[in-house]
Write a protein that binds this ligand. Structure first.
Ligand SMILES: [Zn+2]
Ligand SMILES: [Zn+2]
Length: 143
């Protein structure tokens, strides 16, 4: 089975992912923009049982960014690591930027494009959505 590893900027927190990533979305919502300090967040959904912290889990901090979403980040360097969802406890969201050795092609779509930064122009031809395409879609590839 494929295993990918990732880590935070200061390398205190390391994790591994077993198996393949779910669909990869570029999220253009304003919260992702602020959290990543970037035009958009490139992220995948995975099943919780695919994910393990390897080291540094005691160095995590959390922030509840909306009613059902908790963001985990390294409290030393601030790197965004995973998101958990109270209404979807079996799923994690993970940004691709910290993962090494991602071989899958992507992304599959742009989401929340209605909130896109005015200073960023989408120039590719992958599908665009104004919202979340759906939870079943989000785990389609991982089953
Ligand atoms: Zn760190
Ligand atoms: Zn977002």
């Amino acid at each position: 089975m494929e295993i990918m590893k990732g880590k935070c900027l200061c390398e205190t927190v390391e994790y591994e992912i077993k198996g393949s990533l779910g669909p990869v979305y570029n999220c253009h919502c304003s919260k992702c923009r602020r959290w990543h300090g970037a035009a958009f967040r490139t992220r995948a959904s995975i099943n919780k049982n695919q994910f393990n912290w390897i080291s540094g889990s005691e160095n995590l901090s959390t922030y509840k960014s909306s009613e059902n979403v908790t963001k985990f980040f390294c409290k030393t360097c601030g790197s965004p690591l995973i998101s958990t969802y109270e209404n979807k406890p079996d799923i994690l969201g993970i940004p691709l930027g910290g993962i090494e050795g991602v071989t899958e092609l992507g992304p599959d779509a742009h989401i929340f494009v209605g909130s896109k930064a005015t200073w960023h122009t989408i120039t590719d031809t992958i599908p665009q959505f104004d919202a979340w395409p759906g939870d079943e879609e989000a785990v389609r590839k991982t089953s």
